[in-house]
Ligand binder design. Sequence first.
Ligand code: NAP
Length: 315
Amino acid sequence: MTAPTALAIVGVGKIARDQHLPSIARNPAFRLVAAASRNARLDGVENFATAAEMFDAMPKIEAVALCMPPQARHAIAAEALGRGKHVLLEKPPGATLSEIENLTRIADASGVTLFATWHSRFAPGVEPARDWLAGKTIRSVRIDWMEDVRHWHPGQDWIWEPGGLGVFDPGINALSILTRILPVPIWLTGAELSFPENRAAPIAARLSFQGPSDVTAEALFDWRQTGPQTWDIAVETDAGKLILSSGGASLAIDNGVVSEAPEAEYDGIYARFAELIAARESDVDVSPLRHVADAFMLGRRHIVEPLHDRAGDRH
Ligand code: NAP
């Protein structure tokens, strides 16, 4: 058996603690050896304030998982790849399409793996949905991705800044599933974006897409939903209707449940990262981010009421 890959993590926040650390601990292909964090320390590993200090002090680090917000990722990713480290990027892979192209170029030149993860693609219903849709004639798609931003993102100011994507931060998860399961390409034809008057990113978006042979797709992303949360994708085909619900965890065809399985998205991500490293390959699909970029280019902007995150917050 080959020795586990010496892995470091940068950005020890919500997703690192909730998902990355437990999945890394369960995967024998990796050994967490270090963390770079401005605020946190992890037990049992070396801790550094910055990624550069970490790379200088520990040349044995072979791979790094970057778990900070997208606006802060490119510089550290470029440095890690340039130093010959394999790099795993949280979603979205960056703040712009061009910076991801630059990372791909550096990864290729360095001969290392760059993995732009889309965690929702590892939801259990996604690959069975892709298999079922293959070869079918797609008629229409409807996405409803509606959740309560105050519940899921309390105090996360970066998400409202340029590059933070606003409601596209969850919405891009739906687009990552859609671009994986549809057997045909689609392109954005229109978008309505609702910006709170005190924020630089949208709180809601309505998107229209078209595809070959009159395929249409509509997506509604809304961060103002309280109560039950909705993460559904419905696809009408010539052979029946497919519904992926609960963010891809549950798959139903013509109202019969086909599969439902426990969530294990990040275990799937680290298994794939290990495969890519072993094969010296990269996996960088920017198609979900391209749809978001198109929505910002083509979208009509509406100003809506301000969003105050916390009591007393007058951001
Ligand atoms: P977060 O907790 O707000 O931030 C993650 C960590 O990134 C922070 O604790 C901080 O780590 C570092 N960081 C924050 N701002 C930074 C900056 N300006 N420059 C450098 N480092 C900075 O965010 P998160 O929810 O974990 O999300 C991080 C990424 O994961 C996002 O791209 C998000 O879309 C994705 N994601 C999140 C979730 C979720 O449920 N939250 C799910 C899937 C994917 P240090 O204090 O250690 O420096």
